[in-house]
Design a binder for this molecule. Structure first.
Ligand code: ADP
Length: 478
């Protein structure tokens, strides 16, 4: 595990939280057990003293002195203890019978150590002196129960527990509990480290795959995909990553294709020009007006292509500065339609314009919007055979002005529809340079619509025609 790695950070955070929780829990439960146990032993000690006080009172009443108390208790095991602890108060709790010759009764070991002392703190009787000396402090003495015979205090009785001390066996019990709690804390911590290591390794596996794949993509290997199918955020991240990789790969392919396509587009007219000029120079061709017109056509095409590329680069890089003005889309559409009317008529295409009466104003760059509509109309004319029709309409739709160019042309195949806005893309219906244009017209349209924060869509059916619709927001957006 690398220092500072996500795995070590998660594991140490886990550990810290668990350590804090378990320590707190252990300390609190140990403190509580200790406190409860101490008060329980103190209470039972007090009860024990109370149960035995009558024996001592009885002894003193009978003998009038404490002399012989030690012997009395030393002989106790030989006697049978009866009625232990019932009916406290009135009659002595214990009757002591003289031992029978076949006395085999075992006296249960005393549950607590009893100490009898006088007012000066001198110990008169100690049931278990082997347990060591007991310090009869003021506090301890204050817990003792006085033995009163004929209204005179003749001694005081206390037990280890009632004095607030624990006996060795009780200390051992508490110590055992301490070790059990400590052992379970250690076991929990070790388990947590082990489990969190396993868990983080499992959780971080997809992250490692993602970072490895990202590195490869950063080094230009766009074929990288991650094989992560977690039903969680990491799975979503992997899906997004794969989508990004697909898009990057596509963009990379497009960029490469665009470069080679552009080179190809430039080479063809340049080769034509070169051959024509060489044959003119060699006197193989006469510089007739037709030959010169042919040459000029190639130069015009080249000029268009370079200009289109420039505009596209500007639009796509976001460097194009728009000059939005209040524009009447109805008038603009009329003007553009009129501009291409002659070309359409030449190709025997019926061109109609429908615009709603009234307000079709929007804030946009006039030159760029003209170019959008002109490109769409040029395409419609280019891909509509003789006898076809083109219908342009301008409408207001909420916060948008929608303009659509509908033709009855060759249409676009479904597999091409998603790509027609890509640079230099030509559909299967219009592959060659002579049939179509540069393949930049629609990318420019898309770039300009995007710059205006507009939307563009296309619907088409092969052999029936196409409809391109672009919507621009009425209010210019920045
Ligand atoms: P081009 O200069 O080749 O027309 P565009 O970017 O304008 O390039 O169009 C891309 C491709 O989309 C065209 O080659 C053509 O296949 C298809 N296309 C565009 N407009 C139409 C249309 N109105 N009808 C049929 N196909 C069209």
């Amino acid at each position: 595990m690398r220092k500072g790695s996500l795995q070590s950070q998660i594991t140490s955070s886990f550990l810290l939280v668990v350590l804090l929780t378990i320590s707190l829990f252990s300390i609190m439960s140990y403190a509580m057990i200790l406190q409860r146990f101490s008060s329980f032993t103190a209470e039972s000690g007090k009860n024990f003293v109370a149960r035995n006080i009558s024996i001592f009172t009885y002894y003193y009443e009978t003998n009038g002195t404490w002399d012989g108390i030690n012997e009395f208790f030393t002989e106790m095991p030989k006697r049978e203890i009866m009625d232990f602890g019932t009916n406290p108060g009135s009659t002595p709790w214990m009757e002591i019978k003289p031992p029978e010759p076949d006395d085999t009764h075992e006296v249960p070991p005393s549950p607590d150590r009893l100490i009898l002392f006088d007012d000066n703190g001198t110990i008169i009787f100690d049931s278990d002196p082997t347990e060591g000396e007991i310090n009869l402090s003021k506090d301890v003495m204050s817990r003792a129960i006085p033995i009163v015979v004929e209204e005179v205090q003749v001694g005081m009785l206390i037990s280890t527990n009632s004095a607030g001390f624990l006996r060795p066996d009780q200390i051992n019990f508490i110590r055992d509990i301490f070790w059990v709690i400590l052992a379970s804390t250690v076991i929990s911590v070790v388990t947590v480290v082990f489990v969190s290591l396993l868990l983080t390794r499992r959780i971080l596996k997809p992250v490692h795959s993602l970072s490895a794949a990202s590195l490869k993509i950063a080094n230009g290997d766009y074929s990288q995909r991650v094989d992560v199918h977690e039903p969680n955020e990491l799975g979503e991240m992997a899906t997004a990553f794969n989508a990004m990789a697909v898009e990057l790969e596509r963009q990379n392919t497009l960029r490469r294709r665009a470069t080679s396509d552009i080179a190809h587009e430039l080479r063809t007219p340049l080769s034509v020009l070169q051959i024509e000029l060489e044959s003119l120079e060699d006197g193989l061709t006469d510089p007739t007006p037709e030959t010169l017109q042919g040459l000029q056509r190639e130069v015009v095409y080249l000029n268009h292509l370079v200009e289109d590329l420039r505009i596209l680069a500007l639009a796509e890089s976001g460097d194009m500065v728009l000059n939005p003005i209040t524009l009447d889309m109805g008038s603009l559409a009329t003007e553009i339609v009129n501009r291409v009317r002659y070309t359409a008529a030449e190709q025997k295409i019926a061109l109609t314009l429908y615009k709603v009466e009234g307000d079709l104003y929007l804030k946009a760059d006039e030159q760029r919007v003209s170019q959008i509509l002109l490109n769409l109309l040029s395409n419609a004319i280019q891909y509509t055979p003789e006898g076809g029709a083109i219908h342009v309409s301008v409408e207001k739709n909420g916060e948008w002005i929608e303009t659509s160019v509908q033709d009855t042309g060759i249409g676009i195949a479904e597999e091409d529809l998603a790509h027609v806005f890509e640079r230099l893309y030509r559909s299967s219906q219009a592959r060659s340079r002579t049939d179509g244009g540069s393949g930049l017209g629609l990318s420019i349209v898309k770039g300009l619509v995007d710059l205006h924060h507009g939307k563009i869509s296309v619907e088409s059916e092969v052999g029936k025609g196409s409809t391109f619709t672009f919507a621009l927001p009425i209010q210019a957006q920045s």
